[in-house]
Design a binder for this molecule. Sequence first.
Ligand SMILES: NC(=O)c1ccc[n+]([C@@H]2O[C@H](COP(=O)([O-])OP(=O)(O)OC[C@H]3O[C@@H](n4cnc5c(N)ncnc54)[C@H](OP(=O)(O)O)[C@@H]3O)[C@@H](O)[C@H]2O)c1
Length: 261
Amino acid sequence: MHHPLTTTEEDAWAALLRAREGGPVPEGAMGSLFAPLFATPRADDGCIVIGRLAQTLDGRIACANGASQWIGGPGDILHTHRLRALCDVVMVGAGTVHHDDPRLTTREATGPNPVRVVLDPARRLAPTHRVFADGAAPTLLITATPGAATHGQAEVLRIGDGAIDLPALLRALAARGLRRIFVEGGGRTVSAFLAAGCLDRLHVTLAPVILGSGIPAFTLPEATHMDQGLRFRWAVHPIGDDLLLDIPLGRRRPGRCEGTA
Ligand SMILES: NC(=O)c1ccc[n+]([C@@H]2O[C@H](COP(=O)([O-])OP(=O)(O)OC[C@H]3O[C@@H](n4cnc5c(N)ncnc54)[C@H](OP(=O)(O)O)[C@@H]3O)[C@@H](O)[C@H]2O)c1
């Protein structure tokens, strides 16, 4: 599967875009960071799911009022756009669309725009948000409430009753040929995937900032003993002033979350 080393970052990126279309995964630092996206899926749903968050040293992803631009530096933004470009889907929660009105396109990296997927269980978001209105890429609104089949330019899929059934969502995306799934945020959405045992990998950018208040990165059912935490090995990559923590999860989840999703 691996191919001889490429020399520059640009060559490596071009090779990764070819890997997206079925070519060999390049060797070297960038190749091995992104190689897990191209591994054979181990889960029955056939998807590779990678979550990511940029957090402060005290585990916050935004101020309490929702302001989060920017926690990480330019290297983190580029990394996020690269993940978008290499995946079939970029997915965010309704809170992120409400606060940031993101476009979810690959402006900082060359490469295709992924299908945009917004999770809005209660269907609270207005259809005027850019992701539903700008036509920049196909968009799906996933809800767990009955309603119309479209939302702005987005197609609506109801998956679940009251709460979104994440394993069923992954099966539905795979059935459409969408198998590389990038869960970009926010904290509640990435936490829900973690609690459901639906993450193959996590990329957490740790920024040298302390906020002391704000929206948390990970929120799971209450633990009463340290053994109930989810422990893992990570690989640490400096990007600018930040640290990128590359965490293989292989769909593991904290034991106390079993049966909760
Ligand atoms: N640092 C980072 O890496 C990063 C990445 C992405 C986003 N962010 C920031 O994270 C924050 C959002 O994260 P999050 O964990 O709160 O939410 P999220 O994971 O983006 O979305 C999850 C939930 O947001 C809720 N929600 C909150 N306000 C809403 C509104 N006005 N309309 C519709 N739904 C709303 C919905 O809950 P219900 O179930 O109640 O409908 C939805 O299910 C934003 O401030 C964003 O800027 C940071």
